[in-house]
Design a protein. Structure first.
Length: 257
């Protein structure tokens, strides 16, 4: 599994998991803000970037087990975890089933229940018959606010290029897991300190869905950022700052108990 590590060797480990049609490179801005103080480990999910595609379909359980295997292969007993979109869906599995491997859990721009399975089935059909290219521009429109997308810039071009590199098997495999998402029952089982991050303008996974996750995970905190679906790309410094404030609050609370 392709992975990249940045930051001091003796710093606490932060594991980052990206969304569908991206790679570990979606985290570039966040890593730039955090790697001076954290050991940041990011990886490519199945069929994305430089990680080979297994035959589809995939399940969230399989994708969570991939993350655990990565930690095992690097002899990392526990890590902080941030997952965006699909990565946040994987994070729900990790928090509920592998919570002993996590210091904290952050679920960004994600949901626990699939509200539009047919839309994902249609995207899978398009990818299988025409490739992923026809999906890229509509996806970018969901990922970013109109102003950010219109301004273009390095971040938009990077994300467009990453989306175009997604393999068909990788897309359809992960899309099947998203299409079948039904994880509301997992949320109450999460006992790891949890932060939920939502984009104020996110139409893909709305603030209402973020509120639902926060409500059902005991003690979870919620932060809203002025972004659409890719808040870690659209406002990476604010994203990183919100996460560090959360971790500090967890550490302070732990010192009091």
């Amino acid at each position: 599994m392709k992975h990249v590590i940045d930051g001091p060797a003796d710093a606490p480990v932060l594991l980052l998991a990206h969304g569908i049609m991206t790679t570990h490179r979606m985290w570039d801005g966040v890593v730039a803000a955090l790697a001076g103080r954290w050991r940041v480990l990011r990886y490519d999910l199945r069929g994305h970037g430089a990680t080979p595609a297994m035959p589809p379909p995939y399940t969230m359980v399989q994708l969570a087990e991939d993350a655990v295997r990565l930690l095992d292969s690097l002899a990392i007993e526990r890590a902080h975890f941030i997952g965006s979109s699909l990565g946040g869906m994987v994070g729900q599995q990790l928090g509920a089933c592998f919570g002993q491997r996590l210091h904290t859990l952050t679920l960004a721009n994600t949901t626990a229940v699939q509200g539009a399975p047919q839309a994902w089935a249609d995207r899978m059909e398009t990818a299988a018959t025409k490739g992923v290219a026809p999906l890229v521009e509509p996806t970018l429109q969901r990922w970013f606010t109109d102003g950010f997308l219109a301004a273009g810039g390095e971040a938009v071009e990077r994300m467009r290029a990453l989306a175009l590199t997604t393999s068909v098997d990788g897309f359809t495999g992960c899309a099947a897991a998203i299409r079948d998402l039904a994880q509301a029952d997992l949320l109450a089982r999460i006992r790891v300190p949890t932060l939920v991050i939502a984009g104020e303008h996110d139409s893909a996974t709305s603030p209402v869905e973020a509120q639902f996750i926060r409500q059902w995970i005991p003690g979870a905190q919620l932060v809203m950022l002025p972004a659409a679906h890719q808040s870690a790309v659209e406002c990476p410094q604010a994203f990183a700052a919100a996460w560090e404030r959360f971790v500090l609050s967890v550490q302070i609370q732990g010192d009091k108990t």
